[in-house]
Design a protein around this ligand. Structure first.
Ligand SMILES: NC(=O)c1ccc[n+]([C@@H]2O[C@H](COP(=O)([O-])OP(=O)(O)OC[C@H]3O[C@@H](n4cnc5c(N)ncnc54)[C@H](OP(=O)(O)O)[C@@H]3O)[C@@H](O)[C@H]2O)c1
Length: 251
């Protein structure tokens, strides 16, 4: 896809990967709107980029998504790029079922149902454009799970599968369905339970953004970034090896 002249809506665009992509689209002259649940976070981010807009919205809440659609339809009927980026990562330990809590299904609500809900609600607007793109942010962990985050990986595998199926369904429409599968990247992802950082390599955010923008420009529908390329390759040809590398058995 060309990277200029669009109106781009990025869910969860106030921090991390979403903020990096938002800044990159903004710097290329696109109109960018970012969402998130914390008003201060998205405001503080957008304050750095005059003209960027923010809307508080939770992808897990049907009412929020409907209201977001109303606002965008009225103010930005030309919306032609939706980036389904919002996501969370948790570490539920099924060896200790007593620790599993009310938030057990949150990753499904946000990472999977949030993507499906946003897609279903916004497709009528996207299909109205001559050309549009739906960009789903999955993960290298869509190809092979990290056992300490089992539900997260399940949601990302589902987003990968959903993206493939949707691409086929929409092949005769004006909407291109794209998938970006990031590797570990520096961000706040997974730091929700007081643990400062989990032990996996993280790419610099700037490097991720540069490679992703290049990949988007290249026109490929599925874009594994950085180490996700290797993970996708090994998980196809040597799945046990890939699983073992990600999940070394200790004890
Ligand atoms: N960082 C990595 O290593 C990595 C690797 C592979 C894939 N990814 C994917 O990249 C995406 C972005 O993650 P990140 O690493 O940038 O993490 P992040 O810095 O924690 O950013 C996630 C963003 O999503 C927003 N968000 C969370 N739940 C939301 C909801 N229900 N509705 C709307 N916004 C919501 C958060 O803001 P609020 O809390 O204010 O809503 C936050 O701004 C995720 O889909 C993640 O799975 C990341």
């Amino acid at each position: 896809m060309k990277l200029t002249g669009h109106t781009v809506l990025i869910t969860g665009g106030g921090t991390g990967l979403g903020s990096g992509l938002a800044a990159a689209f903004h710097e290329r002259g696109n109109k960018v709107i970012v969402t998130g649940r914390r008003e201060k976070v998205i405001r503080d981010f957008a304050d750095k980029y005059p003209g960027m807009e923010t809307i508080v919205s939770d992808v897990a809440q049907e009412g929020d998504v409907q209201s977001l659609f109303q606002q965008i339809s009225e103010r930005h009927p030309q919306l032609d790029v939706l980036v389904n980026n919002a996501g969370i990562m948790q570490w539920p330990d099924f060896t200790k079922p007593e620790t599993l809590n009310d938030g057990l299904f949150d990753e499904i609500e946000i990472n999977l149902k949030g993507v499906i809900r946003m897609t279903a609600v916004f497709l009528p607007l996207l299909t109205r454009q001559n050309e549009a793109a739906l960009i789903n942010i999955s993960s290298g962990l869509a190809y092979m799970p990290l056992a300490i985050s089992p539900i997260y990986c399940s949601t990302k595998a589902a987003v990968h599968s959903f993206s493939m199926a949707l691409r086929h369904q929409l092949r005769k429409s004006s909407v291109r369905v794209l998938e970006v599968a990031p590797p570990g990247v520096e961000s706040d992802l997974g730091k929700t339970d007081g643990v400062a950082d989990r032990d996996f390599p993280r790419m610099k955010l700037d490097d991720f953004v540069k490679e992703t923008m290049r990949a988007l420009e290249s026109g490929k529908p599925e874009m594994p970034i950085g180490q996700s390329k290797m993970l996708r390759f090994i998980s196809r040809f040597a799945p046990s090896l890939a699983f073992g590398i990600l999940n070394p058995a200790k004890g």
